[in-house]
Design a binder for this molecule. Structure first.
Ligand SMILES: *[C@@H]1O[C@H](CO)[C@@H](O)[C@H](O)[C@H]1NC(C)=O
Length: 107
């Protein structure tokens, strides 16, 4: 009985560590601009060697394609906020940020 409890505690500890590693996974999106507090979607390691870059549920074969998706998602969220009347935001500013985001990814 005591042995079983110890195993359970060790298993829970292992799961917690796995979760911490997952949450702290490196983000390959280097652009830090965030109009309206909206950051570009993180680009994470998908775990698939053939399509290693993940942006939310989509995976990509190379970083530049992933950067485009990440910057597009930031633009869409920014434009939605601007159209929704968020103070200080405009779709023109969102569009200019998107250009900067794409350029940062291409560099
Ligand atoms: C990246 O992948 C896209 C398709 O997903 C392709 O069109 C593009 O040419 C690739 N770019 C490079 C630099 O390999």
């Amino acid at each position: 009985m005591k042995f079983t409890s110890t195993l359970l505690i060790l298993s829970v500890a292992a799961l917690s560590n796995a979760r911490v590693l997952y949450v702290r996974q490196a983000n390959s999106q280097s652009f830090t601009g965030a109009l309206g507090g909206i950051t570009a979607t993180p680009i994470l390691d998908s775990g698939d060697a053939k399509r290693p870059f993940a942006v939310k549920d989509a995976t990509f074969v190379n970083l530049s394609a992933a950067v485009q998706r990440s910057c597009d998602q930031q633009f869409n969220a920014c434009a939605n906020a601007a159209n929704g009347g968020t103070a200080g935001l405009s779709t023109a500013a969102c569009s200019s940020q998107q250009d900067q985001c794409s350029a940062a990814g291409a560099a």
